[in-house]
Design a protein around this ligand. Structure first.
Ligand code: HEC
Length: 123
């Protein structure tokens, strides 16, 4: 009460902090929730199709699955859900691919191909 201006300044500061945090929090929890929405086993074993899809859409940035513009995909041990989410929604500098470019079947096939390079670890 003796320092109402200070009190208001503090409250503004705290709410700015809270807002800042909730903004980042919302971002990461949105992708965490998003990733859960993509959970599930890989439903294709069509590695040949997956390789073609990979060559077409992914190889420019992940050459042969190695680091290029994008990170190395060999033996990284991520979950298939993360790969599905990156492909459908993009992330950072990775573009999103919608169903008109990569169908659900082709997406599963590309996951089967990624599995051959150990992207999902031993599962
Ligand atoms: C224009 C370049 C580009 C293309 C094309 C691209 N990626 Fe990526 N990819 C990236 C970048 C950059 C990242 C890292 C992004 C980030 O962490 O925000 C990434 C991340 C990933 C990851 C996550 C790796 C990890 O360890 O977390 C996977 C899986 C992946 N890409 C698969 C693919 C597949 C499959 C395709 C083709 C359908 C593809 N990418 C096409 C650039 C690309």
């Amino acid at each position: 009460m003796r320092h109402p201006v200070l009190l208001i300044a503090t409250m503004v500061g705290i709410s700015a902090l809270a807002f800042g945090c909730s903004k980042t929090g919302a971002g990461s929890s949105a992708s965490a929730g998003g990733e859960a929405a993509y959970a599930g086993p890989i439903t294709s074993d069509d590695v040949a199709t997956g390789q073609v899809v990979f060559q077409t859409y992914c190889n420019s940035c992940h050459p042969g699955g190695e680091k290029g513009k994008g990170p190395n995909l060999h033996d990284v041990g991520i979950h298939p859900a993360k790969a599905r989410m990156f492909i459908r929604e993009g992330s950072g500098r990775m573009p999103a691919f919608n169903k008109s470019r990569i169908s659900d079947d082709q997406l599963e096939a590309v996951l089967a191909y990624l599995a051959t390079m150990g992207t999902f670890g031993a599962q």
